[in-house]
Ligand binder design. Sequence first.
Ligand code: SAM
Ligand code: DTB
Ligand code: SF4
Length: 325
Amino acid sequence: MSAIRHDWSLPEIESIYTTSLPDLIFRAQTVHREHHRAGEVQGCMLLSIKTGGCPEDCAYCPQSARYDTGVGRQELLSVEQTLTAARAAREQGATRFCMGAAWRDVPHDSRFARVLEMVRGVRALGMEACCTLGMLTESQAVDLAAAGLTAYNHNLDTSPEFYGEIITTRTYQDRLDTLARVRRAGITVCCGGIIGMGEDRSVRYGLLRELSSLDPHPESVPVNLLVRVDGTPLGDASAIDPLEMVRTIATARILMPQSMVRLSAGRLSLSDEAQTLCLLAGANSVFLGDRLLTTPNPEADADRRLFAKLGLRLRSAEIPAGAGD
Ligand code: SAM
Ligand code: DTB
Ligand code: SF4
């Protein structure tokens, strides 16, 4: 068994990332098979429960109020709308339902009570429930845990050094503080980043070092390939070689053996073969459904064909006894 470490150094990470691709994939596969069921992929489904009009300036994000991206604003959905989407997600084979809100931080009003109700409803469907709502206070984290929230997604996005090029309205430390509150409340942590934002490899090493220094490691590590959206400052970023995504995923798998590594945003710009390499490199989860939060994602049919071609199965639900629908 490979040891779980939280002290990976930048030179070590560089030497893993730059190994010959066959050796890198072999090592990542070896680690993967020690800790996970090969042949199985977890399907997650996203829903934007509150869309657009966000005061933050994240350069990649179509939901920032500062950029003209054509994303409309939608106030917080109702509990019923959300649970209808969760049931549909379950029917499509998702076992984890992720609710995203374009908030800087979670409001202290009845909207939070509504989110708690959504979390309880999703759990009652026998699904894992994840939220990504921006920054959280200690007491909000405790309330989310009490409602049964499985995971909270809050990404570090990039390295501490590159962060200021991407976001100026909150700090890296703000993000680490939210992650610490989530952890203290007993909710599992979903934390990853984005590649393809004009960064060089050393930035990716820096992100991977930060993620792998979290103790415990995030249970879930989403690796997003930037979805370039017109109107955002990164709308015309140059495309990156898909093999950089493969190397990033393989390195994440080796550094954080027990984590779920999620091949997240950006699958529409990857060929079936590039996605296959990402899965060989140790990714064991994808988002299902033709929409992420506001941008498109592969159609259900395309995913069904891909998984059938590869002989991969979607992880089935472990529905607790007595779970209602
Ligand atoms: N507003 C909350 C926050 O930022 O914490 C939650 C929602 S936010 C949209 C969740 C994550 O989606 C971001 O941290 C970022 O990593 C990812 N994301 C947003 N826009 C993206 C894009 N265009 N391409 C890839 N990932 C993106
Ligand atoms: C994550 O790391 N990727 C997902 C999820 N966490 C919330 C979001 C991707 C969003 C892509 C842009 C959009 O659809 O708006
Ligand atoms: Fe707002 Fe989140 Fe988008 Fe940043 S990533 S602009 S915080 S919705």
